[in-house]
Design a protein around this ligand. Structure first.
Ligand code: ADP
Length: 225
């Protein structure tokens, strides 16, 4: 039997706005990676919570970042999306990547992490931040100081969820989740899917969440970083 040839899929086939398509062009991304191709349409559809699994370096940031940028509406000063990362380096990296993907959309994106003076972060948060990318400790610190409110979220994202659990952040994640609104969408992205993550998803995600996995042998790392 002849093998079916699959039409190559481009970013413009995934339902993304012209604004982010332009940003992608400027960034030089030509084709979506497998995890991007699978996640973006589901996330743009606006219904399901999602667990996405693919190796490190396969473009998971844009897989959740592009639809978040497109879906959230720049209205009001409240935080609309929070992305938790295990390390400060990753918080900065994800924040930089989102800034380069937002194109002309005027969104304020702020990394918050330990080791940086908290006053500076407080001043930025006061101005109104749309997307916070933070490490669990500093995020909790801001919540306790009431300098960060995350009770009107559209999205709650765990990036490198397996690393977060390895580093002992489960309790912090659960404490942070407690102060969020229940009608947010939850996205977990991870290189591996150990049981505690699936359990966390079962406890906190809404019914009918989608699981997206890209097998290791199908992925090539986009860059050698
Ligand atoms: P992960 O979160 O899976 O570890 P990243 O989102 O950090 O991976 O992406 C790895 C690198 O690949 C980054 O430098 C990113 O800018 C780049 N990248 C992501 N998607 C694409 C794409 N579709 N085409 C080209 N480069 C991409």
């Amino acid at each position: 039997m002849a093998e079916e040839t699959k039409e190559p899929v481009g970013f413009s086939d995934l339902g993304l706005s012209e604004t982010v398509l332009q940003a992608l062009k400027a960034k030089g991304f030509e084709v979506p990676s497998p995890i991007q191709e699978k996640s973006i349409p589901i996330l743009l559809e606006g219904k399901y919570d999602v667990i996405g699994q693919a190796q490190t370096g396969t473009g998971k940031t844009a897989a959740f970042g592009l639809p978040i940028i497109d879906v959230i509406e720049k209205e009001g000063k409240h935080v609309k999306a929070i992305i938790l990362t295990p390390t400060r380096e990753l918080a900065i990296q994800v924040s930089d990547e989102l800034n380069s993907l937002k194109g002309k959309k005027r969104l304020n994106i702020l990394p918050i992490y330990g080791g940086q003076p908290i006053d500076r972060q407080i001043m930025s948060l006061r101005k109104g931040i749309d997307i916070v990318v933070g490490t669990p400790g500093r995020v909790q610190d801001h919540i306790q100081r009431k300098t960060l409110k995350i009770d009107q979220l559209d999205f709650f994202v765990l990036d490198e969820a397996d690393e977060m659990l390895n580093m002992g952040f489960l309790e912090d994640i659960e404490a942070i989740l407690k102060v969020t609104n229940t009608d947010k969408r939850m996205l977990f992205f991870s290189a591996t899917m150990p049981k505690p993550i699936l359990k966390l998803a079962q406890s906190y995600m809404r019914e009918g969440h989608q699981e997206i996995a890209v097998k290791a042998e199908l992925t090539t790392r986009l860059t050698d970083q």
